[in-house]
Design a protein around this ligand. Structure first.
Ligand SMILES: Cc1ncc(COP(=O)(O)O)c(C=O)c1O
Length: 380
């Protein structure tokens, strides 16, 4: 029995490869690329994306938890993996065992890792986080050198890296600059004490695009790897070649089309009433797939190459679309939620605007009910 998908995401692995190649060209051969693959590789499917990035020359992976690190290890051994968030006390032993590099903000965390490393007779490579304005993780810039010193004195622990995270690199050039300078000073203070820091990083996608110089010797992009320019008020001075393109498209099907006369209310809560006779299609996607209810009466989809507006509330598994501009629409037709159809395209950033959110949340919100279908990606 053939299984027909009601909503699915197509992931173009060649696009991902080319996006990574573009990032590599941008940063040059001396700089390492740490690709951020947390949250199921931004919804693209962690194992397939990790395999592709391994073939395409990523240097380091960035994850949010140990399960993600293990998924990467199951695809290929040997790649360095950085846990971008703080480790929970109960995760420390496993992180050491799995050779995941933890992020350290305090001397206490460093001691946990030292003890676990000694117990397991292993060496744990840690990255020291410096808080220059994000407020989420990290030691203060003034405290960085002391913490680095403490890490140096602990057995079983090696200071492998040091990083900070920008709070507003897409929007605020001045604040980003201030953060970079504070981090630079913290790094200098560590080095003055004769402590080597092999890997130094700060640049997320926004900084990679908007800072003229490539900062430090590792970059840490997420969104750009998936071919999406982070929305914001700063304008990139770089020319973004065609090579950088979104890897993911999200599609669904039309299941029913009918003519609805004037004066009829549609969907839950009766938030939309036809003001004239309309061709209305039912599409097989809803908030149960991760398509936000915020798209009700607002978002658009592509059907028959035309933009068609959602009518009334998005429901769990279905939504209604005005196909008056594509009157030939029929059951089984493809509807595009994110991606290209004919000459038009709906970007994830546009969809995020309709949903009142950001592309990161839309991508990671496409849930497990939506199968990911992979195209391209044969070994380079
Ligand atoms: C610490 C850290 N570095 C880098 C990134 C990648 O950010 P972006 O997707 O904006 O490139 C993230 C993503 O949230 C992050 O948390």
């Amino acid at each position: 029995m053939a299984m027909i998908n009601r909503s699915w995401a197509e992931v173009d692995l060649d696009a991902l490869r080319e996006n990574l190649a573009w990032i590599r060209d941008r940063v040059g051969p001396e700089v390492k690329v740490l690709t951020v693959v947390k949250a199921d590789a931004y919804g693209h499917g962690l194992k397939q994306i990790a395999a592709l990035l391994m073939q395409s020359g990523t240097d380091i992976f960035g994850v949010a938890n140990l399960a993600e690190a293990r998924a990467i290890r199951s695809v290929g051994q040997g790649w360095p993996i950085l846990m971008l968030g703080a480790c929970l006390p109960g995760e420390v032993a496993d992180a050491v065992h799995d050779e995941v590099m933890p992020t350290i903000s305090t001397a206490e965390e460093a001691q946990w890792f030292s003890r676990a490393a000694m117990r397991q007779r292993r060496l744990v490579r840690v990255h020291l986080a410096v808080d220059t304005g994000m407020g989420r993780l990290g030691v203060t810039p003034a405290g960085a050198a002391d913490l680095a010193d403490q890490i140096r004195s602990l057995p079983g622990v090696k200071l492998e890296g040091m990083f900070t995270h920008f709070a507003s690199s897409e929007d605020d050039a001045d604040f980003t600059q201030t953060q970079a300078e504070q981090f630079q000073q913290a790094l200098a203070a560590v080095r003055v004490r004769g402590i080597q820091v092999p890997l130094v990083h700060a640049s997320n996608s926004g900084a990679l695009l908007h800072e003229r110089d490539v900062l430090f010797n590792v970059v840490r992009p997420g969104l750009l790897v998936y071919g999406i320019v982070p929305p914001g008020t700063r304008r990139s001075t770089l020319t973004l070649p065609d090579r950088l393109r979104p890897a993911l498209s999200w599609k669904t099907s039309v299941s029913l089309v009918k003519t609805v006369p004037r004066g009829v209310s549609l969907s839950y809560g009766r938030t939309y009433t036809t003001t004239r006779s309309l061709r209305v299609a039912t599409a097989t996607v809803g908030y149960g797939d991760g398509y936000s209810r915020m798209g009700s009466n607002r978002a658009q989809v592509l059907i028959g190459g035309n933009r068609c507006r959602i009518l009334g509330r998005v429901t769990m598994d279905q939504m209604l679309v005005d196909v008056s501009r594509s009157p030939e629409a029929k059951p089984g037709d493809e509807a595009v939620l994110i991606g290209q159809q004919g000459d038009d395209a709906i970007t994830v950033t546009e969809l995020a605007t309709w949903f009142g959110t950001i592309p990161w949340e839309v991508l990671t919100g496409i849930n497990h009910r939506v199968p990911r279908i992979y195209r391209g990606g044969t070994a380079a």
